[in-house]
Design a protein around this ligand. Sequence first.
Ligand code: G6Q
Length: 550
Amino acid sequence: MTHPVEREEWKALAEHHESVRATTLRELFEKDDQRHEVFQLEAAGIFLDYSKNHLTDTTLDLLLSLARASSVSEKMQRMFRGDIVNPTEHRPALHTALRNRSDQPVMVDGRDVMPDIREVLARMRVFSDQVREGQWKGFTGKPITDVVNIGIGGSDLGPLMAVEALAPFAHPRLTLHFVSNVDASHLVSALKKVDPETTLFIVASKTFTTQETLSNAHSARRWFLESAAVETDVSKHFVALSTNADAVSDFGIDTDNMFGFWDWVGGRYSLWSAIGLSLVLSIGMDRFEQMLQGAHDMDMHARDAAPEQNMPVILALLTVWYNNFWDAHSHLIAPYDQYLHRFPAYLQQLTMESNGKSVHIDGSPVSLATGPVVWGEPGTNGQHAYFQLLHQGTHLIPTDFIMAIESLNPLGIHQDLLMANCFAQSEALMMGKNRDELHAEMRAAGASEEQINRLSGHRTFAGNRPSNTLLVQQMTPHALGALIALYEHKVFVEAAIWDINPFDQWGVELGKQLAKSIHAEIDQAKTVSGHDASTNGLINRALKFKNLLA
Ligand code: G6Q
């Protein structure tokens, strides 16, 4: 197998980097005032301006050649087709089938999976309508007012992020709560806000073996049964979302109250499956289907658009360009949208769990940087915090600005101010402020020459920081669906170029195993010596704090 760094296209990009690294973004714009027209795309209702990047026509050609040499389009077709694209778990990755709004079949092992998908969606519609319309009653005959989603990782972040993102569309009677952490404070604080008579618990776990989720679910059921409810009332208040029917019924949830999905749905790609039930309860099935449609529209674009017109391909190539040729291993997601406040965390899981890998698909070690660190917070808050480092720090941090032009809560000039800040930041990051500009500004403000000289270094900005800006009309369910799918495909394309498997997560599995054995040792409350000296010491010290060891 040819490793990515051995490709001629890779070497050509490394050489090209040497020849363009000294050219600034300012210079690129001075040379060509058509950059914005050239380096822009529109797909599924999303407008992308990628002109503020260290990119020339030659760079783009070289990056596109790398994409071709890495068989990006072929690999994408294989994923959509249901081939085994996750070889370490011997599975397809078919989140795209979950939002397939066409009448095309999707075959897994010779069988069309679309009828099963549609059946679960239909059951989700019936159930969510009953809860939302108040026909689904609690054990004392009252309608549901609160929904507690108990899940973690992929079984939490997706619905949590989307419920927040689409809060303006929420059902007025239903309050959604999300409990993920095994830290009891998470569950206890949620339970303080709800009434057992009117609360529905959704236990969301693909495997139904995850320690945190099962501990929280058992504690929630105990709390429920302590409130004068009896075992037979559990069915009115607990439903499960899982692929593991046996474990669901062992837990005590009737499988009639279970919404299933399949092992070819990865946890961090599962929002589109039954895992989206809490979101459906909040926004209703029609809007959930609009979100599926948005994702499907982006899927069709990702699958069918030529690489040079393909938004996820372009975004992925830019990440490869910075990560592998500019040594920029951090990527900021800056949504200028308060409702998207969990979107960076969601993308953090999506990208870091998918592309945080050190071996190629064939198991050989990589000799290149794979997935960057992804992080972020909504603007404008970030501007009053970490943006200082973006402007004047020593790290190059490519940024994605995300902005909906119309607010879902129009109020005076707020949205225009938000937009102005968003555009101003990307401009400032790119243009910076040179000495001449600063000096002229300070003189005009009446500063003395002494002040100007003393502060000059501190108050100049090198600029030259790249960014993308993504615009949508309004953050509707359709727009959110398209936006999430865009990043899913971007992550896939990056993995295709790095030749890694984005669909497994052995690092997460390791955490699950290790915690189990240490928990058993804590439970036994005896001095431990089987770990490294630090871990032994920490466990033994904790047992002393608990007064279980002398
Ligand atoms: C996602 C990961 C991980 C997973 C959680 C919860 O891709 O695999 O975040 O979603 O560990 O797993 P369960 O849904 O099986 O409880």
